[in-house]
Design a protein around this ligand. Structure first.
Ligand SMILES: Cc1cc2nc3c(=O)[nH]c(=O)nc-3n(C[C@H](O)[C@H](O)[C@H](O)COP(=O)(O)O)c2cc1C
Length: 366
């Protein structure tokens, strides 16, 4: 099953295994992708990953940027700089999607000395400390509640970043609606306490993310893929669950898919474990159950062994992605197809003390 070729909205994929998005804060200070990043991404395509999703890329110059040295898709220079990455990955034979990210209240990496204004659906402070591996320290600031003008600016940012991604040659975009960042916060009744049309029941909470999906879908070329990533859990609240459980999932997946999401990429810490009650559905299975039309479902989280990866497909997901398993095994698909042993992931080797790309990650070992 893992190695059946398949298609994703017109793109032919050699197998079912993709690279999950991973922020590596290795761009230039003004948000341009580098030659090193081109080598880093191409290596996963060389190693057999059938599609790649980039790290979270910021979308506007107002409040979207969440880390120092995060790449953007805002300026002409940033668009030009991505071309070297896209070309290298295409030359190695895989499609690549840009993950479009607005950090919301989780402005992760900025040290306390940086200006710390953030916006979110509501002025709710994320409970956790910022990540030192991403250059941050201390607590997150209390965000300002996003005004309707802020929402318009953010939506326009997402749309222009998507059309910029098409211009840079990307095959599509993944909108970041997971892990506690801006769009994900709308889905949560803890982080979203709005009393306007964007807060309240699940139908209202998914309205703004769905508007972003449909605005992008209308703006990009016909054959450009548009998907969204969704999770219950957040970087700053790793046990977070939607109050309405599966009922919320039903509304979210149906609305996002109807708005034009051609894939939904679910992520949970362990995608093989039920997300809604002990015997309930996994998040990916809930997506399979509730999407409309032919929206493709991608599962992620804890799928780094061949057995776990297979079980996600048996559970109904069309595709799966690996993050940490891919760092440790940039040729995971080839190794598994050849029956070779996999390397265990070790944080210290890749992401400590900082999450930047290391020299040893740039070439595949023979
Ligand atoms: C270094 C690192 C950076 C990450 N950055 C992002 C990101 O930019 N966007 C995102 O949606 N998820 C991000 N994630 C989460 C991963 O995509 C993935 O969901 C998580 O690691 C679980 O998958 P795994 O068990 O295969 O590692 C990151 C994870 C790691 C380890």
């Amino acid at each position: 099953m893992l190695f059946d070729s398949t298609s994703l909205q017109g793109l032919t994929l050699d197998n079912r295994v993709g690279l999950a998005p991973m922020t590596r804060v290795s761009a230039t200070a003004d948000g341009c992708a580098t030659d090193e990043m081109a080598q880093y991404y191409a290596k996963f395509a060389d190693g057999g990953f059938a599609f790649l999703v980039t790290e979270g890329v910021y979308t506007d110059s107002a409040y979207s940027k969440g880390y120092l040295n995060q790449p953007g898709l805002v300026t002409d220079d940033q668009v030009d700089a991505w071309e070297q990455v896209v070309d290298a990955v295409h030359d190695a034979g895989s499609p690549i999607f840009a993950q479009l990210m607005h950090c919301g209240a989780q402005n992760q990496g900025m040290p306390p000395s940086e200006p710390q204004e953030t916006i979110a659906p509501s002025p709710v402070q994320p409970e956790a400390e910022k990540s030192e591996a991403y250059g941050g320290s201390g607590s997150y600031p209390v965000p300002e509640q996003a005004t309707h003008d802020d929402l318009e600016t953010a939506r326009e940012g997402f749309v222009s970043a998507a059309t910029n991604a098409a211009e840079a040659g990307f095959d599509g975009v993944e909108i970041h609606g997971a892990n506690g960042y801006f769009l994900n916060e709308f889905l949560s009744s803890t982080m979203n306490q709005r009393d306007d049309e964007y807060g309240g029941d699940p139908e209202a909470r998914v309205r703004y993310p769905a508007e972003v999906v449909s605005a992008i879908a209308e703006a990009v070329p016909e054959d450009f893929v548009v998907g969204i990533r969704v999770s219950q859990t957040m970087v700053t609240d790793t046990d977070h669950q939607w109050d309405e459980g599966e009922d919320a999932a039903a509304v979210f997946f149906e609305e996002l898919s109807a708005a034009g999401a051609e894939f939904i990429h679910t992520t949970e810490p362990d995608a093989t474990v039920a997300s809604f009650g002990e015997d309930g559905l996994t998040l990916a299975k809930a997506a399979v159950e509730y999407v409309t039309d032919d929206t493709v479902v991608i599962a992620n989280g804890g799928l780094g062994t061949p057995a776990a990866a297979r079980s996600a497909l048996e559970d109904g997901a069309d595709l799966l992605t690996l993050a940490t398993g891919a760092l440790a095994n940039p040729d995971w698909p080839q190794r598994v197809a050849d029956g070779d042993e996999l390397t265990e992931f070790d944080y210290r080797e890749f992401l400590r003390p900082e999450a930047t790309i290391s020299e040893h990650e740039l070439t595949l070992e023979d």
